[in-house]
Design a protein around this ligand. Sequence first.
Ligand code: ADP
Ligand code: MG
Length: 264
Amino acid sequence: MGSKKIISIANQKGGVGKTTTAINLGAALAVRGQRVLIIDLDPQGNASTGLGISRDERRKTVYDLLLGQDSASSLARPTDVENLSIIPANMDLSSADSELMATARRVVHLRNALHHRESDFDFILIDCPPSLNLLTINAFVASDTVIVPLQAEFFALEGLSQLLLTVREVRETANADLRIEGIVLTMFDRRNNLCQQVEEDARSNLGDLVFETMIPRNVRLSEAPSYAMPVLNYDPTSRGALAYKALASEVMSRNSASQVPENV
Ligand code: ADP
Ligand code: MG
């Protein structure tokens, strides 16, 4: 059978926890025995670095998946975490946006490359760049669902409406089946009134689209990448690790839930 689910992790804002979520949700799913592939779709390559893929191990990258002939299985690198693989990125990807623009069917490259779902993964998590550019559109067209990490801060919800509009446009044009998996509040601090206000606003406006799990601000999460490991390995009992495990449980239970279209 094919991969169960392809999930884009997206927010056009930088620094909101996309890469942290890709790495640690991926690791938490892998620990549960799911075969997970992370696709690093950001030229900065933070997910690749955070999982210990050194620069000189990146001769073949996601660029070759998007604009070359290489298959996902051949590009996937194992990580130190069992069941967790990654297709790395490097700066080559920064020219991909304009190169895709010059091609005929510019939004379907990634979908076509992942089309062979007979591949070896239960979950594919795509770590998107901080932009609603053609790379992100390619990710949305290739995906079943989108997870949006939302940093609990003042303008968080404003950026979200632009993102949801883009999801809607992709549904209308290139991928009618695209759904929102959920919105996850990140860097959450219960003692901070503003965080509580953002949570209240998000839950009252977006209801069930907001994951129950919130990711706390936790220094272990920011330290783990410099040791080239997910927080589950770096400090398994940290609040960050527990939160990403809880998020993985929610994603797994949504995975088996009904296919009813979300009203994004
Ligand atoms: P993005 O991929 O959206 O740009 P990152 O996941 O790279 O965001 O996170 C931005 C920075 O914040 C990184 O230095 C990361 O280690 C840190 N960070 C992310 N989530 C948390 C968290 N829950 N607690 C503490 N630091 C975090
Ligand atoms: Mg990132």
